[in-house]
Design a protein around this ligand. Sequence first.
Ligand code: PLP
Length: 427
Amino acid sequence: MDTLHTMNKTGLQEHYHMLKGQFDHFCAQNISLNMARGKPSPAQLDLSMDLLNVLTPKDCLQVENGIDPRNYGGLDGIPEAKGLFAKMFGVRSSQVFVGGNSSLTLMHDRVARAMTHGVEDGCLPWSKLPKVKFLCPVPSYDRHFEICALFGIEMIPIAMTEEGPDIDEIEQLVREDDAIKGMWCVPKYSNPTGITYSDEVVRRLARMQTKARDFRLFWDNAYAVHHLTNTPDELRNIFEDVAGTENENRVYMFASTSKMTFPGAGISAFISSEANITAAKKRFFSVQTIGADKINQLRHVRFFEKVGGIPALMKKHAEILKPKFAEVDRAFTASLAGKGIATWTKPKGGYFVSLNVLDGCAKRVVALAKQAGVTLTTAGATFPYGVDPRDRNIRIAPTYPSMSELEQAMKIICVCVELAAVEKLLA
Ligand code: PLP
């Protein structure tokens, strides 16, 4: 098939009627599929059912430092859980604070405390400044943007390249503007593009000169171990780049077991320099809590041991997920390739495929899909303020539906992408 751009008006009109017929057919079927968020499927959740019975009463009396997990104490987590995250990210246990069920809570709280109390001695709380700005690679995770919006932080979009966010632009902006206090990063298998930051981008983010002394990288490593291939991307360890430099306190890393075991019932971590962890424990964490759920920490540690380690468990997730990501690519290739109306990513890990449709068509595609029974992520959600300036990006979340539901959803999405494109070309 020719690209739609070379079709004459009559050809386009005929094509429109053919697509509209398919669309109406889907609408008549009363389909109801929700692909709005990246959630593990029930089959993935089944992989972690042993979490519910892995702990015995004896286990509770066998924590490394003799702490009783049934009782108060151990503000920063049991040693085994700190060790688990330390091993995963190549840091020392003393750099790890184990939190509750959600890394997003830790991110929100870090920003809130920066607003009320500042991030280091001698620097004003951000709320006392006339303006605070964050760099936001786009497209990216909508909930990061919602945190900025809540605290009135101005968001500056930064374009993504194949290597990560545009580092030349970032270096220039942070060198010149001391209102830029932070940057959101999903450095591995980024949400939604699947891009992993290159070594050079990581090194330059670690080393760059910032006008604001209290600039922080919010390093959301949510998909660190969520590979879809046997040749996983490697993310450079940014802590090795900042160690021993004046930027030692620059990195706030966040992670959780949300998409390893049960989302919303896992354990999370805040990982940073020893100085940042010590200060945060003294000033904030010890005021906020007597400690997170140590029983759940122990349960996760024992469960991961039982399944042969996190990589072994993540391989099982990948076996379930690979065919779904393959189906997304297969359907897009079969229906849209060569038509000049869409491009999409082929991620090696993470939870999403990023689809770019014709400029000005993303909202229309999402609305059409909804009409035909498929709920997609709101168009624009992957951009600050919910505004995609080109109205072209759509986040595809293929993990939750079953294979047959996904196949049906992909047929509908493909027809909607093409229908919206033809409408635009005819307008
Ligand atoms: N960070 C990213 C990039 C995510 O995509 C998600 C969930 O979709 C989260 C954080 C949420 O993590 P948690 O469940 O630990 O709060």
